[in-house]
Design a protein around this ligand. Structure first.
Ligand code: ARG
Length: 459
């Protein structure tokens, strides 16, 4: 049954109906629509639109429907109603008769859909927060397990300076911590109740909207009806949180794909997150990570699509806004699945500490140490930088690392260099030297790990 039709003399064209209907995707908000309707029925009773008995009957009918949709959520998608709001109302009328027709008093699908979508978003944010916390835990666990493993740190994909593998783990921990904070902050703006805003101008019934908001678990009621029914900045914000976090996950994925490559051989991914080739029997491909990297694109796409859709829309509600859902319905589960997959990859990874160490030792990654050594001997850094550059050239032409040059070779370029240079060039010395806050020295990384664990205990 359509929710409108009184002013129409013919029904919608089949193609238009298909074009216009949102039930095939907004059925995912069935529970939220029913829960919102139960709260609305309560509000209507408070203002005497419903008697206590009518209210009871409606709530019983809605609760029955809630059980039905929970048992068989996917059946709704093809029911043929225009949208989830029409579906719920029609089903309620089937159950309780004409009384069901009273439920929409003082309410519009415009405040209803905004409420449902915020409830859906809130539920989803909670799942995402839990998933991020769990991925952070996995990174800390790996950081602890691999404490002491040395990794070549890169800039421009060239070996730059050695870092602890745990420092790498904790770098992604930091990014996820910000993703988490962004999402928590977004939640405070999502968790505002538009119900009772009517179609655009507010409702003509003396509803206690603050109480209604509390009943639905919102922090407060929205303050402006025009804004409440027509803005979807909370959707944009969520998609932006998703995009930023997916950007982080894609970088994690890319690092791990490279580390797992035959060329690097720093890590080995678990069989459980890799797949084989139909042709090449030797292959073990990092599909989970490649899909995380790949799916990042479609989350970014959903974000820009929402921005485009909302741009220059006049107030208040316009049907364009129905386009808010599919992007978010796709992006949020995609993001969630990627977080879960990243966790599976981190949990199953094996690190080849010998290979990472050998790679960290090559590539003249201790050149900065040598420059700092010259600074300690009174040579200005810029000059020291030049001298070390020359020494690197000597090392390259000899096919050696810097620490393998003889004193005579060092002195041929710079005579202040002495035997005491060798301990400075050791890998461990390079790490130990980075002892200011946030550096890769074992003490700093240990501090980062223990802070992370302490904060986790409080959450
Ligand atoms: N299906 C619509 C949406 O998702 C619900 C609101 C419809 N409101 C209206 N006045 N046609 O946006």
């Amino acid at each position: 049954m359509a929710l409108w039709g009184g002013r129409f003399s013919s029904g919608p064209d089949h193609a238009f109906k298909q074009f216009n209907d949102s039930l095939p995707f907004d059925y995912q908000m069935a529970e939220e629509d029913i829960i919102g309707s139960i709260a609305w029925a309560g509000a209507l009773q408070q203002v005497d639109v419903l008697t206590a008995q009518e209210h009871q009957q409606l709530v019983t009918g809605l609760n029955e429907l809630l059980l039905e949709v929970q048992q068989n959520p996917n059946a709704i998608a093809t029911a043929g109603d225009e949208d989830i709001h029409s579906y719920v109302e029609a089903k309620l009328i089937e159950k309780v008769g004409d009384l069901g027709k009273k439920l929409h008093t003082g309410r519009s699908r415009n405040d209803q859909v905004a409420t449902d979508f915020r409830l859906w978003s809130r539920k989803t944010v909670k799942q995402l927060l839990a998933a991020i916390a769990s991925l952070k835990d996995a990174l800390v666990t790996l950081a602890e397990k691999e404490f002491g493993t040395v990794l070549p740190g890169y800039t421009h994909l060239q070996r730059a300076q050695p870092v602890l593998f745990s420092h790498w783990c904790m770098a992604y921990f930091e990014m996820l911590e910000r993703d988490e904070a962004r999402l928590e902050s977004a939640l405070s703006r999502i968790n505002v109740c538009p119900l009772g805003s009517g179609a655009l101008a507010g409702t003509a019934y003396a509803i206690d909207r603050e109480q209604l908001a509390v009943n639905l678990g919102f922090d407060r009621a929205s303050r402006n009806s025009l804004d409440a029914v027509s803005d979807r900045d909370f959707v944009v914000e969520l998609l932006s949180c998703a995009s930023i976090s997916m950007m982080h996950l894609s970088r994690l994925a890319e690092d791990m794909i490279f580390y797992n490559s035959g060329e690097a051989g720093f890590i080995e991914l678990a069989d459980s997150v890799t797949s084989g080739s139909s042709l090449m029997p030797q292959k073990k491909n990092p599909d989970a990570l490649e899909l995380i990297r790949g799916k990042t694109g479609r989350v970014f796409g959903a974000f820009s699509a929402m921005m485009m859709t909302l741009k220059a829309l006049p107030l208040a509600y316009n049907k364009d806004m129905q386009e808010d859902k599919e992007g978010l319905f796709d992006a949020m589960p995609t993001w969630l699945a990627c977080i879960h997959m990243a966790e599976a990859c981190i949990k199953g990874v094996k690190v080849n500490a010998e290979k990472t160490k050998a790679a960290a030792q090559g590539g003249h990654a201790n050149a900065t140490e040598l420059a700092d050594y010259l600074v300690a001997k009174g040579i200005p850094f810029r000059e020291g930088h030049h001298i070390v550059g020359e020494l690197v050239q000597v090392a390259i032409s000899e096919g050696k690392n810097l620490e393998d040059l003889s004193i005579a070779q060092f002195k041929a370029v710079c005579d202040v260099i002495d035997e005491d240079v060798y301990p400075v060039l050791e890998l461990q010395a390079c790490l130990d030297a980075r002892l200011a806050l946030g550096g890769t020295s074992p003490t700093q990384v240990q501090l980062a790990i223990s802070n992370a664990k302490k904060n986790a205990e409080f959450t």
